[in-house]
Design a binder for this molecule. Structure first.
Ligand SMILES: [Zn+2]
Length: 247
């Protein structure tokens, strides 16, 4: 296909977007660019399922929800897009002090939508590995900045994992933001199940290992070290061997 750039989803279309992205990074510079991901709790959001008339034939609510999504992928995608757009425009732009951004949507095997993007914030410290190694103040400034950006501290370490998915809560059920956050990380941000085809790999000796290196060691304070190939590696303070980094 020679003139496919106008056709969404073609190789030519994505090639065009890739060039735009390269140009953008060249102009604004790679410093302070962060990568972010949002996924859909499409099996759980009560407001999404209100938009879809369930046939009610399934024995359980979970099966009904699953069927709703299979029957109405366009509503599911629209809902995710709208929800993300509002959250991005009304919350993240201000909270993350965004200067520039780029994002795209993708679909997993079962058709579930998620998105990935990059963003640049205002007033980000210069992250130059050479300067960081030479100057303790520069290193401290960068570590402090990164520590505010992402965490692997579980503030609800001894709290039970909720049985009900926290995204099934109605707005009126969220009375305590801190408890809601703890429920969310304990239910959704724990890498407790390694699975073949997802994170499990086989090493040269035929032993299984998790490609994300879970479970991880407890770390008292965040630091940046050489990754063994001359590049900086961030090791965040961690009180839970299984918690995923989150913002
Ligand atoms: Zn794993």
């Amino acid at each position: 296909m020679r003139y496919g750039e106008g056709l969404r989803g073609t190789r030519q279309f994505w090639n065009g977007r890739r060039c735009e992205l390269f140009d953008m990074i060249k102009q604004i510079g790679p410093e302070g660019l962060d990568f972010f991901t949002f996924s859909a709790a499409d099996l759980h959001w009560p407001k999404l399922h209100k938009l879809m008339s369930s046939n009610g034939n399934s024995e359980t609510l979970a099966k009904n929800h699953q069927q709703n999504i299979i029957d109405n992928p366009h509503i599911t995608d629209w809902f995710f897009y709208k929800r993300f757009e509002i959250f991005f425009n009304d919350v993240l732009k201000e909270k993350w002090e965004l200067e520039d951004w780029w994002y795209r949507f993708e679909w997993q095997h079962r058709g579930s939508v998620h998105m990935h993007g990059i963003e640049k914030r205002r007033g980000v410290p210069s992250i130059e590995w050479k300067h960081m190694k030479e100057d303790e103040n520069v290193m401290n400034e960068v570590v402090q900045y990164l520590d505010n950006l992402v965490t692997t501290i579980n503030s609800g370490l001894d709290m039970p994992v909720p049985e009900r998915h926290p995204c099934q809560k109605q707005k009126s059920e969220i009375r305590d933001d801190q408890q809601d956050y703890i429920d969310l990380i304990n239910k959704l941000q724990n890498h407790t199940r390694c699975r073949p085809g997802y994170c499990l790999r086989i090493d040269k000796e035929g032993k299984q290992f998790c490609r994300f290196k879970y479970p991880k060691e407890i770390v008292e304070k965040t630091f940046v070290r050489d990754d063994g190939h001359g590049q900086p590696e961030l090791v965040t303070a961690r009180n839970d061997p299984y918690i995923n980094p989150h913002s």
